[in-house]
Design a binder for this molecule. Structure first.
Ligand code: SF4
Length: 297
């Protein structure tokens, strides 16, 4: 009989679990509950919580809000958000992930140590990512966001330098970038050994997923990778699956699996991103079982 297995290492990371739990605990207690931005990069989970009363709002809406309750998601927020809430009688439920909070503190302390005119803080990440905006906010806007060598020429780098990474970046790419910046410094007569501090701030739950998911995906004839289309972690992990299994398919809903033929397939693996809920992976399994007339044991 065909084997269908869900990857037990998949599903939400602890930061997202905490944020969803905070939302569920407060829904029902409040007349209305907003989240500043979508609570997770997954439309199905956002839809499930929407049904229960959690309404995502953007910054424009947040800036017009008074006397309300707003949930801060795992990515965290810059200090201005907390100031605005205080000035407008907005109660915040702060579900910032503890790992992100620790990183915010490190960046803030590094910025304070550098002071006004000494040193530069660089953040390896995506400038439009909410976690990165919150990190830049810890430095009063002074940190610069970098992704590749092209960004180094655009910014004014005054050693000493402190390099941090967004928690969800790819470890290999961060290591490569560290080499690039060291080389760049040497070319400009600087000594990276003395003038560059590197913080290893990629989340362990993200970095370990890559190898775990490769191991899982390699075991099956066919793999369904379940993720929201706007999840950067999802894109990276799907690439990892594809590298070890050319029959890996990206889907966002159980129905997405319908167009893939299951003919003569002996084993199917189902896995997902750190933003993909386990219930969605189970729903994919149920859909496949129904197509194959497999009854639940
Ligand atoms: S990926 Fe890591 S740092 Fe980011 S929310 Fe999840 S647990 Fe926290």
């Amino acid at each position: 009989m065909i084997r269908i297995e869900i990857d037990e290492q998949s599903g939400f990371c602890t930061g997202v679990i905490k944020a969803v739990k905070a939302a569920e605990e407060n829904l029902g207690k409040e007349d209305s509950l907003h989240s500043l931005g979508e609570i997770v990069h997954n439309a199905e989970e956002v839809g499930r919580l929407w049904e229960k009363g959690l309404k995502p709002i953007d910054y424009e809406e947040f800036n017009k809000l008074h006397n309300a309750t707003v949930l801060i998601r795992a990515h965290g927020e810059p200090p201005e958000t907390f100031r605005h809430a205080e000035d407008n009688n907005i109660r915040l439920i702060d579900a910032t992930c503890p790992i992100v909070l620790k990183l915010q503190k490190q960046i803030r302390e590094q910025a304070e140590e550098f002071g006004e005119d000494r040193g530069s803080i660089l953040i390896f990440g995506k400038s439009d990512h909410p976690e990165v905006r919150a990190l830049v906010g810890q430095t009063k806007g002074k940190a610069r966001v970098v992704r590749g060598p092209e960004d180094l020429d655009k910014i004014d780098i005054h050693p000493p330098l402190a390099l941090f990474s967004q928690t969800t970046m790819n470890t290999l790419e961060y290591t490569r970038f560290q080499q690039i910046i060291k080389e760049y410094m040497r070319e400009h007569g600087r000594d990276p050994e003395r003038e560059l501090v590197i913080y290893h701030s990629i989340c362990g739950q993200v970095s370990s997923r890559d190898s775990l998911i490769r191991e899982f995906a390699a075991k099956f004839e066919l793999v369904f990778f379940v993720s929201g289309k706007n999840s950067s972690n999802g894109k990276a992990l799907f690439e990892a699956c594809k590298e070890v299994n050319k029959h890996a398919f990206f889907i966002s809903t159980p129905e997405g699996s319908d167009k893939i033929s299951l003919k003569d397939v002996a084993s199917i693996g189902i896995c997902g991103a750190t933003s993909s809920p386990m219930w969605l992976l189970s729903a994919v399994k149920d859909r496949l079982s129904a197509r194959l007339n497999i009854t639940k044991s």
